[in-house]
Design a protein around this ligand. Structure first.
Ligand code: ATP
Length: 473
C-alpha cells in the first residue's frame, strides 16, 4: 500500500543489481510494443469501439495465454512446490468494515492537483519543477490548486438501496481477504508457523493518471503471498523472500541485471512496515516497480482483531503461548510482469527472406515457459494431402501436453516469421522426407526449428513430445 511516485527516484541502497541504470539500454520502444500487442492480439484497449475506457485493457488470444502461463508458474512455485503455503480465492466485494480496519478508507490516497490553465487533473508528485516553481507537465501552467487527498478506491453499492449503509468498495488489493480469513485457513490447513496463504486476483484502483500502457491501470491483477511468522523471524524472511522473488523473475526470462531491488527508505515506507523492498524493472519508460516485498509486522491481523472483536491469534503448542503472527508480503502485479515479459522479449534482427534478401525480423524471445504458443506445426505445402494429414496427426499428438498451433497458409518462411513475432519457440515442419519419399530412413521424422538460432534439427516424430516438454518446462 505504499504509493511512491512514478518519477525517477533518488538513488537509494540497492541489492542484487549488477548494472547501473545508464548501462541498461531499453531495447524496445513503447510505440512498437503497443502496436505489436494490438496487431498480434496480445492486448487491446477496453471498450475500443466506443472510444475506450482509460486505464482498462483487454487481453486477446495470445495475451491471455501469456498471462495464464505467468499466473500458473507463480502458483506452481509459490504454492504447489512448497509444503508451507496454501492458496485461497477471495471475493472482490467485502464488508466495508474491512477497509475501515485496514486503514484504506482513510489513508489509501494520492495527493491530487488541478491545473487551472488546461484543466488537467494530476498527481502532485508528477508535477515538474523549474527554478523551484511547480508546473503542469502538460501545458507548463503554474496556476495549480493546492494538493488534496484523493481516495483511490472505487465505490459501489450492494443491494437495492444506494445509500451510506449499502456502500462498499471494489478491493484495491487482494491481501485483505487473506488477513480476514487467516483463522479459517489456519484451522483447515493445520499449518504451523511459518506458513503462507497465496492468492491471485483482480484489484481496482481509481488511479489519477493511468499511463505507460498497462503499467498503471485502474483494473489489474495481483499475485500476493502473505507469509505469517514469529516476530523474531520477520527481518530474515524479508531477505529470504526478496531473493526468492528475484530468482522467480530470472526463471521467467527477466535477467537479474534488468532488475533492481530498491530498499524503500523510512520516510516512504508505511509506518507499520519494518522493511520494504521494491523489485523494479528497467522498462523502456524508466525503472519502475514490478513487485513490493514488505515486512508488515502484525499490523494487519491486529487491526482486524481489534475491529472485528474476533481473535486472530495463533496458539503455539510448544510454548503454550497465544500471539498475533507477523507477516512478510511479496505482492506482484500480473499486468506489470506481463508488460515486462513483452518488453524483455522484444527484439529485432536481420534474417533472409524467401529470396535470400536480408530483412528485419521481429522476434519475441519469450522464455519457452512463458510463450503463449509452444510449438507451431506446418505442412510444407497445403495442397499435398499426405503432408496435411501427417501435420494434423502431430498436432493431435502434442495438443494434450502443450498449446500448439497449426498453420498451412503462405510460404514456409512467412509462416516462421509470423511465429517469431509472437514468440513461439519451436516450429515443426512436415516435408516429403517425413513421408519417406526420398529416403526411407527419414520416414516419420520432421524438422524442429528453434526460434532464436533459426537452426533446424531432424527428429523422429515419436520423440517430439518428450523433447519439447523438456525444453518448455
Ligand atoms: P505504485 O507505487 O506503482 O502505485 P504500489 O506501491 O501502490 O504501486 P502495491 O500496493 O505495493 O503497489 O501493489 C503491489 C503490486 O501491485 C505492485 O507492485 C504492482 O505490480 C501492482 N499494482 C499496483 N497498482 C497497480 C496499477 N495501478 N496497475 C497495475 N499494477 C498495479
Amino acid at each position: 500500500m505504499t504509493k511512491p511516485s512514478d518519477a525517477d527516484r533518488p538513488p537509494s541502497q540497492s541489492y542484487g543489481a549488477t548494472s547501473s541504470p545508464q548501462r541498461i539500454r531499453p531495447v524496445a520502444d513503447m510505440e512498437k510494443i503497443v502496436s505489436l500487442c494490438k496487431r498480434r492480439g496480445f492486448i487491446f484497449q477496453s471498450s475500443e469501439i466506443y472510444g475506450g475506457l482509460n486505464g482498462c485493457w483487454d487481453y486477446g488470444p495470445l495475451g491471455v495465454e501469456l498471462k495464464r502461463n505467468l499466473k500458473n508458474y507463480w502458483w506452481r512455485v509459490m504454492v504447489h512446490e512448497r509444503d508451507d503455503v496454501v492458496g485461497m480465492d477471495g471475493s472482490i466485494l467485502m464488508n466495508r468494515a474491512v477497509w475501515r480496519a485496514s486503514g484504506h478508507e482513510d489513508t489509501f490516497t494520492d495527493p491530487m492537483v488541478d491545473c487551472r490553465s488546461c484543466k488537467a487533473r494530476l498527481r502532485a508528485d508528477q508535477l515538474v519543477e523549474k527554478k523551484g516553481i511547480k508546473q503542469c507537465p502538460n501545458c507548463g501552467g503554474k496556476d495549480l490548486t493546492a494538493p488534496r487527498a484523493f481516495n483511490l478506491m472505487f465505490k459501489t453499492y450492494v443491494g437495492a438501496t444506494e445509500d451510506e449503509s449499502s456502500m462498499t468498495y471494489l478491493r484495491p488489493e487482494t491481501a485483505q481477504s487473506i488477513f480476514v480469513q487467516f483463522k479459517n485457513v489456519l484451522e483447515v490447513s493445520r499449518k504451523k508457523l511459518p506458513f503462507g496463504i497465496a492468492q491471485i486476483g483482480k484489484a481496482f484502483r481509481n488511479e489519477i493518471n493511468p499511463r505507460n500502457f498497462t503499467f498503471r491501470s485502474r483494473e489489474f491483477e495481483q499475485m500476493e503471498l502473505e507469509y505469517f511468522c514469529r516476530a523474531e523471524g520477520g527481518m530474515k524472511l524479508l531477505d529470504y523472500w526478496l531473493e526468492e522473488r528475484l530468482k522467480f523473475y530470472e526463471n521467467i526470462g527477466i535477467p537479474r541485471k534488468k532488475l533492481h531491488a530498491r530498499e524503500v527508505p523510512d520516510e516512504e515506507r508505511a509506518f507499520y512496515s519494518k522493511g520494504t523492498y521494491d523489485i523494479e524493472y528497467y522498462f523502456p519508460f524508466g525503472r519502475q516497480e514490478l513487485e513490493g516485498v514488505a515486512y508488515r509486522t502484525d499490523y494487519d491481523l491486529s487491526q482486524h482483531q481489534k475491529a472485528s472483536g474476533k481473535s486472530l491469534e495463533y496458539f503455539d503448542e510448544e510454548t503454550r503461548q497465544k500471539f498475533i503472527p507477523h507477516v512478510v508480503e511479496p505482492s506482484a502485479g500480473v499486468d506489470r510482469t506481463v508488460l515486462a515479459l513483452i518488453c524483455e522479449a522484444y527484439s529485432e534482427d536481420e534474417a533472409p527472406d524467401e529470396k535470400g534478401k536480408m530483412e528485419t525480423r521481429i522476434v519475441l524471445r519469450f522464455h519457452p515457459r512463458m510463450a503463449p504458443i509452444k510449438c507451431a506445426v506446418f505442412p510444407l505445402l497445403k495442397n499435398k494431402e499426405p503432408l496435411v494429414t501427417k501435420a494434423k496427426e502431430i498436432v493431435d499428438l502434442l495438443r494434450s501436453q502443450m498449446n500448439v498451433f497449426y498453420d498451412e497458409s503462405g510460404a514456409i518462411g512467412r509462416r516462421y516469421r509470423r511465429q517469431d513475432e509472437i514468440g513461439t519457440p519451436f516450429g515443426v515442419t512436415v516435408d516429403f522426407e517425413t513421408l519417406g519419399e526420398k529416403d526411407r530412413q527419414l520416414r516419420d521424422t520432421v524438422t524442429l526449428r528453434d526460434r532464436d538460432s533459426m537452426k533446424q534439427e531432424r527428429l523422429p516424430v515419436k520423440d517430439l513430445p518428450q523433447i519439447l516438454l523438456s525444453r518448455i518446462s
